[in-house]
Design a protein around this ligand. Sequence first.
Ligand SMILES: *Cc1c(COP(=O)(O)O)cnc(C)c1O
Length: 354
Amino acid sequence: MSRFFSVRHNNLKAYTPGEQPKDMKYIKLNTNESPFPPPDSVAEAAADQARLAELYSDPECTLLREKMSEVYGVPAENIVMGNGSDEILALIFSAFGDENSPFVFPDITYSFYKVFADLYHVPYTEIPLDDSLMVHTEDYENIGKNIVIANPNAPTGQALSAEDIERIVCSNRNNIVVIDEAYVDFGAVSSVTLTQKYDNLIVCGTFSKSRSMAGARLGFAIADRDIIKDLNTMRYSTNPYNVNRMTMAAGIAALSERDYFLKNCRDITETRKYTEEHLLRLGFSVLPSRANFLFIKSDKIGGKRLYEKLKEAGILVRHFDSERIKEYIRVTIGTRDQMKIFLDETEKILGEES
Ligand SMILES: *Cc1c(COP(=O)(O)O)cnc(C)c1O
């Protein structure tokens, strides 16, 4: 740290992204990206806009929000677009959190929530998942604080029903409830329609996972129009051109490729089932996942060691050091071929351990 860094940030622990090593070619099952490239129409739309890069992008994202409105079935005034949903989450914490408006979220969830809370000096409480690492809905009913829940949750992959979410939202009408749907397209039920009924619900989503655009940085929030106005106030106070013109056009093209999108989601969920069945045969515990990853552990080998052994074999997965989940690894669902190699190597590693 330099001697100029504000004392405000003395205790800030920044988010640690999954590793993106350059030393060799790994099978990358560590950051929940799609194993499929975006369709050609997406790359072409972005290339066309690159030729106009001397001009600022549309700060209102008008055309993209109109397309979003059509696809998600909500008015465009209920939508704001962001430079990834990470930016949207940052806007939410800075807009709605303060000393008198604390946040709660699960003890095991997307670790960025804690970073945003610390960055914006928002007090927060972490609510433990139950013994099966599920969000315990009752813990959030009438809690009287702002809530963030990833649904499906990360890194566990487990999802709540629409009824559970509605109970949380309608028992906390004087607080914001954020449902982070980064993984919803892989088999969970979306809460987007509930935003038309409850003015305290924000649903956020991303093009990074199911729409194969992690490197383009595009996310969104859907909520009541006054909440969207607040988020726009924050956005126009930091970076009005937050979505660049290449990404904006790519996003419109991606939303037009419905069949490709649905096929990829189906491929991932089928490959997830195939991988899960195989892992169960190898004796793993596998949490029931509605996401594009599996959260698994084995009695035969520790989480950290399995992560290291797989890395030696050229396969990257994610391991978390935190106490409650340190025996697990999180494995992104790749292509069928990638998962076959992962399963072969895992079986080999288990054989060597015993
Ligand atoms: C990946 C992820 C995000 C962030 O996605 P970006 O749009 O790439 O910023 C948000 N929330 C959760 C739970 C995620 O896993």
